[in-house]
Ligand binder design. Sequence first.
Ligand code: TLP
Length: 344
Amino acid sequence: MKKIIDLRSDTVTRPTEEMREIMASAPVGDDVFGEDPTVNRLQAKVAGLLGKEAALFVASGTMGNQTCINAHTQPGDEVICDVNSHIFNYEGGAPAVLSGVQLHPIYAERGILRAEQIAEAVRPADHHYPHTQLIALENTHNRGGGAVYPLEEMKRIYTLAQSHGLKVHLDGARLWHASVATGIPMAEYARYADSVTVCLSKGLGAPVGSVVAGPAEFIDRVHRYRKLYGGGMRQAGILAAAGIYAIDNHFERLAQDHRRAKALARALAELPGAEVNPDEVETNIVIFKLDPRRYSAQAWCAAMAEAGILMLPFGPDRVRMVTHLHITDGDVDQVVAAFRKFLK
Ligand code: TLP
């Protein structure tokens, strides 16, 4: 059977044989009683990696972001984010539904907000305005084409937040990638955020799960929201074991995904009918623009699918490709050959 090359997302990975074996033999207990030793081990490990006091295993990145937003805010508060952020675009309007807060989205080049833009968006203390309470950042930035937040900018934003009494939440679904791409430890990025969500089920290749981290008192409040959202899982150690394995075995290898994404972007940039700047491909996401006279994103993805290559339309003339654990150098060669065939 011909292999399907699935570049739609790094969420499509399946657990490897070795990961499945580790999952099957993981010691477990009732995590709602705090008694699952493998969940506790994962939480301690991620708290350590992020340099935070405490961490909590949650079902998904969305649950991580939303429990944190809820724990940071009161209904009626405002959350500053960028217009292309995941919390604004892909979480079902959850901040309004679950926390009763309003998002204040700002346009930012490749999703990277500058401290000056945020300073302008912070509301004055006047009863006409909502109360600004939280700044939400995303590193790496998904719709920004996997852009890495410059550490210096995060530091400036955090300093600004502190001077206004605001909190900072970091959607670090792919913070692993930022760390591998720059060599900057995860904890160094996390220093400039009050809370962080990291995902195990994206580039790291675990089947399920994310972890939130922050001060112990804050994580205790997040824990309450996790329960309230129905996210209290029982013998979740089976899943946490996959996360521990993924961190230990699939973290450093993300550099390969970055190299392959760059190779895809370089090949595309040489062809007419597609636009992408390979220098901007810093991690495992490539977003390119098609010449609409030749292909719409839908038509392109349908044509590629015929050739056994899956990509995701990311707007009427934009397409996203994400490299991951199951994409090999041979796959990259095959995709490049298809580009040449379709765009010649
Ligand atoms: N992103 C998914 C889709 O929802 C777009 C993907 O395929 O990339 N933060 C960021 C930055 C994300 O990219 C995602 C997932 C999440 C949060 C949500 O994680 P899950 O899917 O676990 O709720």
